[in-house]
Design a protein around this ligand. Structure first.
Ligand SMILES: *Cc1c(COP(=O)(O)O)cnc(C)c1O
Length: 297
């Protein structure tokens, strides 16, 4: 096995009454289970970046995120596992969260950029001082985005396809997954090339750039976006938290409230609204993120 090869994520049925009522079958691809530390879709998004860093003999990797960031968490763990130093550029001012403590324990060097400094992350010239300070290091855009991130997500499709026969399915009809930047969604759309529909549940408001990101990486066909953020990224309400608790009790699958819980709730609403014909077979991608819920659940 190559060092950057990925473990197989299990695929299993989700038994929920609202699926059964609509005669829709759903299985979940458990990216949350691939590794105790490098969890979820972030691992797939990092893979090409790790390969590029390895190929160019980069001494380390630098990226950005917030103080509950699943992306920085996966990056710090991957760096430690595969022998790269890591630097995290964080939004806001120094804070002590379970994620930040893990980043430090995994050896990531942290720089707090403040809010204004973090907002400058997409401006030309943002990386120059960091490249001067860390010469030859590999810089990764926020959230592991870009084409390298999307390409790594093609493997998500392969992992699911390799297991659908085990469910007794000859094929499946559609994908359902949470979208934050839309990079993972774009990766699936690229890999599918129109073969199966891809549905993205937006964990952020529609005007936060997901449609543009997906269009830039994968074009405008082969997918649909659904509003799922419930008032904003990171906003929770009682219906959401009750829904998560109920699904966890019925299925044993842990969810968090930023992405996977909201995505599954949006799926319930769309299934109830008749988006999928009876007999449809869906793959719900569990994108991980459970480390982040120590901050709030
Ligand atoms: C980051 C993340 C997403 C969003 O992935 P994108 O590729 O940015 O759309 C979805 N779910 C979880 C759990 C995440 O951590």
């Amino acid at each position: 096995m190559h060092v950057f090869d990925l473990p197989q994520a299990p695929l299993h049925f989700l038994d929920l009454p609202w699926l059964e009522q609509a005669q829709v079958q759903a299985a979940t691809l458990r990216l949350d289970l691939i590794d105790p530390l490098i969890s979820g879709n972030k691992w797939f998004k990092l893979r090409h970046h790790l390969q590029q860093a390895g190929a160019s003999n980069a001494p380390g990797l630098i990226s950005l995120g917030g103080n509950h960031s699943n992306h920085l968490h996966a990056l710090a763990a991957a760096g430690k596992r595969f022998g790269f130093a890591t630097v995290g550029l964080l939004r806001g001012h120094a804070q002590d969260t379970p994620t930040v403590r893990d980043l430090q324990a995994l050896g990531m060097e942290l720089h707090w950029l403040g809010y204004g400094g973090y907002r400058a992350r997409n401006e030309p010239g943002f990386w120059e001082p960091w490249q001067a300070r860390y010469p030859g290091w590999h810089c990764i855009p926020e959230g592991g985005g870009g084409l390298a991130g999307a390409q790594g997500c093609a493997l998500i499709m392969q992992q699911a396809r390799a297991q659908i026969a085990g469910l007794g399915w000859s094929d499946h009809d559609a994908w359902w997954l949470a979208a934050g930047t839309g990079t993972t969604l774009a990766g699936l759309v690229l890999a599918e090339a129109g073969a199966h529909a891809v549905h993205g549940a937006l964990a952020v408001p529609r005007d936060h750039g997901v449609p543009e990101t997906v269009a830039a990486l994968a074009g405008t066909h082969g997918y649909q976006l659904h509003d799922a953020c419930r008032g904003g990224f990171g906003k929770f309400d009682d219906e959401l938290l009750t829904f998560i608790a109920d699904c966890e009790r019925r299925t044993g699958v842990p969810l968090e409230a930023l992405y996977t819980g909201k995505a599954l709730l949006a799926l319930r609403d769309q299934v109830a609204a008749g988006l999928f014909k009876p007999g449809s077979r869906l793959i719900f991608v569990h994108t991980g993120g459970l480390q982040g819920r120590r901050g709030y659940l």
